[in-house]
Ligand binder design. Structure first.
Ligand SMILES: [Zn+2]
Length: 141
């Protein structure tokens, strides 16, 4: 894989086509002032089309967010311009303040200070439910 221009950071690969921007938003990449490249609809022999995100910064990458989006995403760790490792993802059991509950009657809609916590209740279908009101999380697209 071509990791040019990344010296210390991450190349997030095998993102399903179209989900690059969802990840950008959920990881709050707009807050970073390093160079970031999003490649949309790259050709992939395995997937047909895929998105790739390259981030030239050694920041704390939230693996729960990425595991929630898609545990099949590959993360390449780049140090001094060399690929030094790959991180593997799992579906997280709990998500705290990653997604928000849409139920207007949920306590998280009423109380501003409360954490939005979702629990994985169905691993096979990747269903998350709010721990307070049990509302199903909407799929991120
Ligand atoms: Zn709720």
């Amino acid at each position: 894989m071509n990791i040019d221009s990344i010296h210390n950071g991450f190349v997030i690969d095998h993102i399903k086509s179209g989900q690059g921007m969802v990840i950008y938003r959920l990881l709050h990449l707009e807050d970073l002032d390093c160079s970031i490249a999003i490649i949309k609809n790259a050709a992939s022999s395995k997937m047909g089309k895929k998105d790739i995100i390259k981030i030239d910064a050694n920041f704390h990458l939230d693996l729960d967010v990425l595991g929630y989006i898609d545990p099949d995403i590959t993360i390449n760790v780049i140090k001094d311009g060399q690929l030094t490792g790959k991180l593997h993802l799992e579906l997280p059991e709990r998500l705290t303040n990653v997604i928000t509950c849409r139920n207007p009657r949920c306590i998280t809609s009423v109380e501003q200070e409360i954490d939005h916590i979702f629990k994985l209740t169905d691993k096979e279908n990747r269903i998350y439910r709010c721990v307070y009101c049990e509302s199903k999380a909407k799929k991120q697209r």
